[in-house]
Design a protein. Structure first.
Length: 184
């Protein structure tokens, strides 16, 4: 059971109302020991005991120093993660990448694996284009390759893969807008 009480005024936290708003109430009962609730985030049940009165007060987790402290700490961390969208079962604001986005992310990962990160033999942009980006490409080396739109797109993809490696993963993990605003 997760125990919550009013947080000291100097600390910031979520209110009981905002906490309950992001979860589905399965059961609740007010007892003299507190307001006991069973909540669901779409993936797991959370058993709470709110010791504080008004739902508008900021909350703090209360973790007694007993043999269940580590379990309560884990349960508190699970409750504190982002709210879940019940329709999809995913964290609210995040969605699984579309098939196109997934393929593009796999392509960027492959570019990193083949042309950017290797310590040994790195593929040239032409080899990368022939093997992974444009399989079956007939553009040869030299002036034809240097002036081709395939070369320019390959270079843009290499730059995007480097940006993803340097900081873009954070934007991707942030979801929502972060996925749209990846550096190019």
């Amino acid at each position: 059971m997760i125990i919550l009480d009013a947080a000291p005024d100097r600390l910031r936290g979520r209110s009981a109302a905002s906490l309950v708003a992001s979860l589905r109430v399965i059961a609740e009962q007010k007892l003299r020991t507190g307001h006991h609730m069973v909540l669901s985030d779409g993936q797991m049940l959370h058993r709470l005991c709110l010791l504080t009165g008004p739902h508008g007060r900021r909350l703090a987790f209360v973790i007694p120093c007993d043999q269940l402290a580590s379990i309560r700490l884990s349960a508190s961390a699970a409750l504190d993660r982002p709210p879940v969208n019940f329709a999809s079962g995913e964290p609210a604001g995040l969605s699984a990448p579309t098939e196109f986005q997934r393929q593009r992310l796999e392509l960027l990962r492959d570019i990193l694996d083949l042309a950017v990160i290797p310590d040994g033999d790195r593929l040239t942009s032409h080899e990368l284009a022939c093997q992974r980006i444009y399989p079956g490409m007939t553009i040869g080396r030299g002036a034809e390759w240097k002036s081709s739109s395939h070369r320019r797109r390959t270079q843009r993809l290499i730059g995007e893969a480097r940006a993803m490696m340097n900081s873009g993963y954070r934007a991707l993990l942030a979801g929502g807008e972060g996925r749209q605003k990846q550096s190019r």
